[in-house]
Structures are given as structure tokens and as C-alpha cells.
Design a protein. Structure first.
Lengths: 425, 425
């Protein structure tokens, strides 16, 4: 592969998500050659994908060109490619554009949708882990509503206007809430021949409460908000099958729907090549020590979703969300600098900043330490935090403007079917 | 087709472009049932498509949901479908979702890319008449630059960084200018291993000057601006063939390029069913009288690009741009109202508001009557007029913000390869 020769040690980073970027920011001014691999030329702000799916934001508001983040650094190189294999013995990686040697390898490849081996769900449901996924959901939702407006077949119409989401984690809850608001704000205005009651949003969850990782108080409040918006929540419900028309569940209840969104789980996006011990197979994540070094390897590190660091309070690793990724990236970057300057590495300590989810306008829940609160203030904090963490001044401004506009007008402006979604037959 | 029964006379409009919307705005409060057909659920502001192609604006900034424009009108119905055939004897249309009777039919189907029967160009070049076309160009441009960054094959690298545009009308000129600015603002910052000189923009034009419909003074000035930005303009040059690698021209000069954009002509998007006399075959446009009635028919009208109204000063019909479409739509709408209130129709008189094109920052040309001017003031007027005609407050604000941001930062923020363009093999 065509990479400028240099005397500097080469750090190869796989993945331009929260972890990868946070790591590079720390070390970019140090004496390293940095090569970042990503299959996309942009960073995705995943917590807001659901707003792209529901026509509230455009993809460029939550994406940022990776090259631009580090554009002032001469030792930074970006490669838009897929990393296919790691060869730890030769210290090289195989990619879709050739092979490359590394001195240090940082695996920050994140996670992917977990279908738990269920082929029918994998083939027929709509996942939501990437920007194209979200655009597919946006198109399908709008196409189905247009089609429902045309048909006189009652059963077909009901299926087209029935939206079923599996998984009541933050993604599923936020998506369900946004769909319910779409129904309220848009459907009754733009589709006079569809009555509001005809559109149904069902949220299915295997656990006995929504937002299982959050406090019980927040779960209860979130459920209240969801039901207030008209979302029908089904707890203790596992999906068995989806044939493209009907979702079958463990309870025997069936849902006839043309739109089944799968937000029920993620699994590590592991890469071939590392030996058995390193990979926790059940989770597809790499076991790392407190310095994020992959078990059994010396110059290979894993960060964020793809890493399992067992520690007190986190026997199965940290939650697969943005904060551990950002903090691990930062700590590892600092450790690289420490070593460079003759100091010793510091072990990673996770600082739990809390968690939050928004259900709709003025409706959110926040857990910070032992503090739980909800409603308008929680919603306002949610907005502020998400704007703060968006990459780029332009993205923040455009998002802020769209949110203000949507808030005032009960509108979602991006309801455009630009690339119609073609159903798999 | 499922349309509410009513005693009101039914007007069917084919196409939600400038003409169709301008017509409906006039008659929407009158006693008509209005049914609008469009294959997309959004109106496209075509004059700014080139900014989507060059990553300056996102598609939702120049598109607007058609349902939303007329959302307060109970007698307005939107159908996202393709109109396939007109049966004037039975006064019905055949569409992709069934047939429908009309009392009045308004054809406002616009125009489509004209390949002049050249199959190689049709198959291998990139047209730019729709939002998906523009997104394809954006992806391809960025993919080619990424690929060029990787290859050491000199010929391949040159071809990937060579951008060839056929047609120096406003579309071709604006696109060439924006590509040249992309090179200046983005390439040198984000792609340190590509030198600015390696990217070439060629603009090919069959006539002996750029912007042939404008004044000679503006053509000269536009050429000056283009060359100042580094665009290589080739006049009196006709494209003979493009095999996916090489553009062959009448002059014998060849261009090796992976990106050949075809902006050299449009033709009417006519619909099957109207008799021979009505359709001017050479142009695929319907011949209309001064009331926009299609030659030989009583209740069928054609507006905008699809209509040829011969008049003094316009022996081949009006130019196929926004203004005649908007004005004809307005005049026909007013005539419908006049007839409804017992008055007689007024013939259409075209008011030429002038024409303009922008080449780059602070660089535009404007012709108004016998007045021609260029430079910063022309550029400022161009921006103001385009913002003014954009549909929707949100679109205007987001576009204005993006322009300001891009102007200050020499940036184009939407350079995301969201759906990679797959070359036809």
C-alpha cells in the first residue's frame, strides 16, 4: 500500500468512531505516523441515527468527514477501506486495498447489529446501525404511508401503518417516541385521508421494563412517556420470527407489519486473525487488560465497543455506548504519550457520567449517579449534551436550527423519499 | 384509484415542479378537486442541484415535501406515481397505481436529459437532472479522489482526478466552477499527497462561447472567471463517444476520465397518448396556444419545459428554465379563476426577468434586459434570488447558513460518501 515512508513508528487505527477519534486527538502532535482505516469517509454520531430514520435530521448533520478532523496533521493518513485480517506474527494487516505493516495496532472497529443467529430477522427486518440503514428506514416508512394512502384493502393498509420495533434500549425507545411524534405532527396534517389512530407503533422488549440499563425510576417514567405518546409497549416479549409480513413472539401474540425495525442487540465487529484467547466468542469482543492491551498481544490494543475490560462493577466489560469508547481512547492516547516521555502507563478507570434517553418533546429521562430526573429539564440536558458532542461547528448549528424549527412547527423537514427502499423479495 | 368522490370538477396535474406548483397555488382556494401526480414526494429546486453534486448543500435543503405545500387544502390530493398514458377520448389517465378520470388535465412533466440518441454517453456518463443523480455525482467524485490517493499508477491516477463536463450552459458552468473551488478549498487541505495541479476540470461546449443563451459580454466574463479558477474550457467541441474511460470529440482531442458529466441538453418528458399534431417530436414538447392549451385538445394544458408556445421573440418556445414555468402556471391558474367568475382568459405574455449564472465565490454574471454586470454584486444578487425562490423558511435558513459557513471556511461540508456509486461494468 502506498504510504509515505518515514522513520516514525506507525500506529494503525481501525475505525473512525468515538474511540478511534478520541485516541488520535491525544497523539496527533506526537512523533508517530498515524494511519486511520474506515470503510466510510465520515465519522457517524450514532446516538442521533434515530433522528435521521424519522426525518428530523439530515445525515450530514450527524456525520463529519474524517479527513477534515485531522487535516492539519502531516503525519496523519486516511484510508477508506475494509480491514480484513490481522497478522500479529508479521505485524501486518490485510485490507481491501492491500496489506500494511504496523508498529502499534489500535482496534476500534465498534459493533454491529446482533440478530442472535435468527436468519428470518436478519433477512427481513430493518437494522439501524449506520447512516444508510437510517435512510432506508426513512424511505420505507414514508413509502409505506404513501402506499397506505392509496390502498382500500383494510388488512394491507393496517400492516403498512403498523410500525414494530424490537428492543427497548435507548435506540428503540427514542425511535418509538419519534415515530409517535411523526404520527401526531405530520400524519394528521399531510395525509388527510389517514386517521391518526390507523398508525400504530409497537415497542417489544424481552426484559420486564423499558431502558433496562437505566434506573427503575427512569424506566417507569419512560414507559409513562411512551404510552402518553400512544406507543404500545410489550414487555417480556421475545421475537421468534419475521417472515416479511408477521412478527411472531414467545407470548403467541402476532404483529402484522410491513416495517419491522430491529434494535434488540449489538455484537462486536471483530476482525479475523487474533488467537482464541483474545476473542470472547459469545460477544465477539476482545478481552483487554486495564491498559486496553489485547490479552496475549503486546502491540495490539482494543477500544470501545469491541473491547471487554473486566473490572469491579463491570464484570462483563463496560456498556457499549459512546462514553467508555471516548474515555478509553483518551486514556490510551495519554498512555502512549507517557511512554514516549519515559513515564509509566496509567490503568483505565471508567468515569460514569450517567445515561439518558429522550422520548419526545419535553420528555426525557436522565440518570446521573444516584440522581434520576425526567421531563423538560432532562430533555433540555439531553439536547445540550448531544449538541456538545456533535463534531463540528456547522453540524451543531444546523442541528440546533432544525431542532428549534421542528420544535416550534411540530415538523420533521427531511421527509423525502430520495432513494426508495426496495424490499427483498 | 381511490380518490374521494366529490361534485367538484377534478383538475389533474402531472408534475410538482415550478409550473405545477405555481398553477396550484392560484387555484387552490377555488371550487376544484385537485390531484397532483409526481414520481417523487418532493419538489426539487433544480437550479441548485449542482451544489448537491459538489457537496455544498444537502438534498433536503433544495427539496420540499409536496404534501406540505398544500397541507391546509382539503380538496388537494397527492399521488406519488408515474403517469404512463393519457386517453383524451375518455378523459382519463393511466398511472402506475391505476387509472383516473379528469375534467381538466395539466401536463407539467418538465424535461429530462437529452443524450441525442448517443448510447455510449447514455450508458456511461453521469446525468444531473434529479437529486439522486446529484448524489451519484457527489459520491463518484469523492470515491475517485479517495482511489486516486491510493494508486501509484500514473495514468489511472490522472484519469481519476480528471473531471470532464459536457455543456457550458448555466448547469455546466456552475458545476465546473464549484468543482474548481472544491479542488482549491478541499483538495489541498484534506489530501496532502495529491497536489492541486493533479486535479483537472475540463468544460466542453459545442458553441463558440460559454453560456450561449446569455449576452456576449456575460459569456466573455464567465470564461474569464472559469479560467481564473483553473477550469480548462474547450469551445466548438462536440462529444462523439464515451466508453467509460475516454471522451472522444470532433476535434480529435481525447480526454481520459473516470468522471464524465453530461449537462449538454434536455428534452421534454412527454407522455404517451396525445395525437401527432400536439407533440413536436424533435423536442418532445407539446405545442400550446397562448392560453397553454395543447394544440387540438380542449381540456388539456401544458406548462413550462414540456410546452412550446411560439410567440414573437420566441419562435421555438420559451427557454426551458424556471421563470417561464412559474409565469405560465400562474397565468393559467388565473385564467381558470377568470373563467370560473365569468370573465375571459388572458393570453400569456412572458416577462423576461433576465438570467444569471454563478461561477464561484464573488464571481457571477447577470443579464437583465440590456444591462449586464458581473463580479461581487452579480454574485450577491444570484444568492439573494436563489434564496428567495427556495421553497420553505427552513430550507432558506439552512442554505443561507451553509453558504455563509462555506464562504468563510472555503469548505463544502457535505462531502460524505453515503451511498457509494457503483460503476456500470
Amino acid at each position: 500500500m502506498n504510504i509515505l515512508d518515514t522513520k516514525l513508528p506507525r500506529i494503525v487505527i481501525i475505525g473512525g468512531g468515538f474511540a478511534g477519534i478520541s485516541f488520535i486527538k491525544q497523539i496527533q502532535k506526537e512523533a508517530f505516523q498515524i494511519v486511520l482505516f474506515d470503510r466510510n469517509n465520515y465519522h457517524t454520531f450514532q446516538p442521533l441515527l434515530y433522528q435521521v430514520s424519522t426525518a428530523g435530521l439530515e445525515p450530514d448533520s450527524i456525520s463529519y468527514p474524517l479527513r477534515k478532523i485531522f487535516r492539519n496533521n502531516k503525519n496523519f493518513h486516511f484510508r477508506m477501506a475494509e480491514v480484513e485480517h490481522i497478522n500479529p506474527t508479521t505485524k501486518t494487516i490485510e485490507t481491501s486495498i492491500g496489506s500494511l505493516a504496523y508498529d502499534h495496532l489500535i482496534i476500534a472497529s465498534g459493533s454491529t447489529t446482533n440478530f442472535f443467529g435468527n436468519k428470518s430477522i436478519e433477512e427481513k427486518s430493518m437494522p439501524m446501525k449506520t447512516v444508510p440503514h437510517s435512510l432506508n428506514i426513512r424511505s420505507l416508512m414514508l413509502q409505506n404511508i404513501e402506499e397506505a394512502d392509496l390502498t382500500t384493502d383494510v388488512a394491507k393498509r393496517r400492516s403498512l401503518l403498523n410500525f414494530v420495533i424490537a428492543g427497548a434500549g435507548p435506540t428503540g425507545v427514542e425511535l418509538a417516541g419519534a415515530l409517535a411524534e411523526f404520527k401526531r405532527g405530520i400524519l394528521e396534517n399531510d395525509y388527510p385521508s389517514i386517521s391518526e389512530d390507523e398508525m400504530q407503533v409497537h415497542l417489544l422488549e424481552g426484559a420486564d421494563r423499558v431502558l433496562p440499563p437505566m434506573s427503575k425510576k427512569s424506566s417507569t417514567k419512560a414507559l409513562y412517556f411512551l404510552e402518553k405518546l400512544g406507543v404500545q409497549v410489550h414487555l417480556n416479549t421475545f421475537v421468534k420470527e419475521y417472515d416479511g409480513h408477521t412478527v411472531s413472539t414467545n407470548s403467541g401474540v402476532q404483529f402484522h407489519t410491513a416495517t419491522f425495525i430491529w434494535a434488540a442487540g449489538v455484537t462486536g465487529a471483530s476482525i479475523q486473525g487474533l488467537d482464541g484467547e483474545a476473542l470472547v466468542k459469545r460477544a465477539n469482543r476482545y478481552q483487554v487488560n486495564e491498559y486496553n492491551t489485547v490479552e496475549g498481544y503486546k502491540d495490539i490494543y482494543a477500544l470501545g465497543d469491541i473491547a471487554i475490560m473486566k473490572s469491579e462493577g463491570y464484570p462483563n466489560g463496560h456498556p457499549m455506548v459512546a462514553q467508555p469508547a471516548i474515555q478509553q481512547g483518551k486514556n490510551l492516547g495519554k498512555n502512549f504519550k507517557r511512554v514516549l516521555h519515559g513515564k509509566s502507563m496509567k490503568p483505565f478507570v471508567y468515569f460514569d457520567k450517567g445515561s439518558m434517553a429522550t422520548i419526545g418533546r419535553n420528555k426525557a429521562v436522565v440518570d446521573i449517579k444516584n440522581l434520576n430526573f425526567s421531563g423538560f429539564i432532562a430533555w433540555f440536558i439531553w439536547m445540550f449534551v448531544h449538541l456538545w458532542f456533535l463534531v463540528g461547528f456547522r453540524n451543531r448549528m444546523v442541528t440546533f436550527f432544525n431542532w428549534t424549527y421542528n420544535y416550534i412547527n411540530y415538523d420533521k423537514a427531511a421527509r423525502l423519499i430520495i432513494r426508495p427502499f426496495k424490499r427483498k423479495v
